[in-house]
Design a protein around this ligand. Sequence first.
Ligand code: FAD
Length: 558
Amino acid sequence: MSQHQVTTMLTCTRSLIWGGLLALLLHIASPTTASPVTPNINLPIAIRDTARAPPSSPEPEPRDYTSSPIFTIPPTIQQDLSRLLSPQSLILLPSSPSFSSYTHRWSSNPLTNSPTYGVIVIPASEPDVSRTIRYANTHGIPFLATTGTHGIPFLATTGTHGTWHGLAQLQGGMAIWTRNLTKMKFAADGKSATLGGGLRGDDVVPALWARGKQTTTGSCRCVSLLGPALGGGHGWLQGQYGLGADQILSARVVLANGTAVRASNTENGDLFWALRGAGHNFGVVTEVEYRLYDAGVRPEWAYQSYTFTQDRLEDVYRVHDEVMRNQSQYVVYWSLWRLVPEVDAVNPILISTVYYNGPPSEAASYFAPFAALNPLNTTPVLTTDYPGLAAAAQFRLTDWACQPKAGATVYGMDVDSYDVPALRQSYNAFRDMMRTEPALSASVAYLEGYSLQAVQAVPYESTAFALRDRNLLYGFLTTYEEQGNKTLDAAAQKWGEKIRDAAYGNVRQKFAYVNYAKGSESQQAMYGYESWRQERLKQLKRKYDPKGRFSFYAPIKA
Ligand SMILES: Cc1cc2nc3c(=O)[nH]c(=O)nc-3n(C[C@H](O)[C@H](O)[C@H](O)COP(=O)(O)OP(=O)(O)OC[C@H]3O[C@@H](n4cnc5c(N)ncnc54)[C@H](O)[C@@H]3O)c2cc1C
């Protein structure tokens, strides 16, 4: 098949389920340039069902409770919380007309990673978060007072992209929907901004760009700023500036007992350490002081994609491994596997993309090793700016990657290098999954080769993020469309584990980025193997969350 034929076939199938990702293969659109835009934070409109009264009585002290899942949402919760919270907050019950607008998740799999709620609280301020948590701690079993006290389990939810299996253990609990915490206040010196705990990448990136600024955010625009950053936070700019977590200068956190505190290098330093890598475990972060950088220094990105058939896998990953060893801080190497039946009906194809933060003339030497492999298809060299990378990689809100799925789980892992034989085994499992379970054939493998200079410049011991020395992040995404199908879900899990296990090869210690973990990983794999790290995390969990209130997402078992 000629390159022209392949290109034509791919173009014809663009509107099919491969939609956005095929555009990544082709890049036939004109170069993307993102114009500066002002923040546009579209929040669902909720219906207020109750009249507001000013807070009446002093807040109750949190009572003790056990970890038993037995709880009842008090029938008066809406009135109770309405009295306690600010008038701008919202409390929604399942009977509220807009309730379902707030329950959508990226993966809506009720068996694994989609919680259900008996109440949704939408705080408008940090005191609202505090009062909500105190209320949740104090109430929950109005009829069982003699057998102990049980609070209402709750989950802070922001970008709704977490796929940890364990999220679905929250059944009928409370969502603390943080998306109304949208503060953006820029420091006079332009070096930082105070950013609300409810912001998504899509809110932050264009707003900063409009001010000539940028910083490390998740590469996908649909995830929140803090969901990624509290677990590390990988993104395009990490090689230059460090991880998302490394940008946090201070954080305001509402702890498990409802107390609001500030954490920084000078205040609650132990909490500050834990927040940057294990942060989902310690509180609801209402805002952070976040580092910013001048965007005008290197405004341009050049990128090019290469498509290969599966028989080239060994060649492709030998090149990836080689270029990684001398990777510039301005380069990101990505590759993915995906079935494109019009190219090959049974074997997923491989697509590598090189993104370079600089002009095409400088990028040419980074493109050359892949172009020299004589790919099936090579796109033209395109250019964009930092906000435009989302379109370039098909990571905008409207793209396939960001669109909600009936069932989706990421099987993540971190490794040192491309183990080519292991990748062959992993690829074969990925291919076999699609042959045996066609319902899983929209699944994708992402092999993410971010640069690491600024990540590794941060002292290894200085934060809870324990994977700084890992060079590569893989995410195997298994996905299907039939919601609630237990057989299919079991197959997706079996294959997801198998594909990941194969890719680990013979590594001695398995690592998995906490935000790409799904629940079967060890605590060491996510938070580090050193006993001092584990001990410190356990001790901090006992100190800041002794009852394990923040335990539905990658919990530290103290
Ligand atoms: C399509 C897709 C793209 C992704 N891209 C990237 C990427 O580019 N880089 C990257 O590093 N990761 C990425 N991830 C992984 C991502 O970091 C995790 O899925 C993360 O959990 C998403 O956070 P969220 O707030 O969007 O989701 P949520 O499900 O709302 O939150 C996940 C968990 O984070 C905690 N949390 C969220 N907000 C707060 C807060 N304000 N305070 C305290 N805890 C909070 C809660 O415990 C919650 O359970 C991606 C995932 C997907 C599915």
